[in-house]
Design a protein. Structure first.
Length: 159
């Protein structure tokens, strides 16, 4: 007996036709096309602004990275820092967007909570780590910029 592959419209739907009229792939109907929510786009925008501001402040040597994990990657250079930042951004976004097809309201709420938490933590760390350095720079005048290490020397090595 010869077995045939059956096509069921309830299980799969054809991809849109190409310009020449051919259809390329068949994707299951239960797996909708992945798209990004507005919340995910906002998180990506916040993270990219954070990355640019961090790199700008680090290039002036008047600030330091407040996130201990990202500070670890910064020790390996700017390239490693940027790669880690982008991986730690996009991997959770893709996971959240994939999970959205199963629990859309829960994922949307968690993404909104992430936006609030990201902005809150960013603001607190920025104020805690960078404002004292910038204020010390202002006190010493614009001609003599003060680095983070000069403003906060930390523990001294007795050697």
């Amino acid at each position: 007996m010869h077995s045939a592959i059956r096509y069921s419209p309830q299980i799969a739907q054809a991809a849109p036709a190409a310009a020449d009229g051919t259809r390329s792939l068949i994707r299951p109907a239960r797996y909708p096309q992945l798209s990004f929510t507005r919340e995910s786009q906002i998180i990506v925008a916040i993270c990219l602004v954070d990355l640019v501001v961090t790199l700008a402040l680090l290039s002036t040597a008047t600030a330091r990275e407040g996130n201990p994990l990202m500070d670890f990657y910064l020790q390996f250079g700017v390239g490693a820092f940027v790669l880690a930042k982008l991986c730690l951004l996009f991997l959770p976004i893709f996971i959240a967007e994939w999970c959205r097809q199963f629990r859309p309201q829960f994922v949307r709420r968690m993404l909104r909570l992430t936006i609030v938490a990201y902005l809150g933590i960013y603001a607190l760390l920025f104020l805690q780590h960078n404002v004292p350095v910038l204020m010390a720079d202002r006190l010493h005048g614009h001609d003599a910029p003060v680095s983070f290490h000069a403003a906060f020397p930390g523990p001294q090595n007795p050697d």
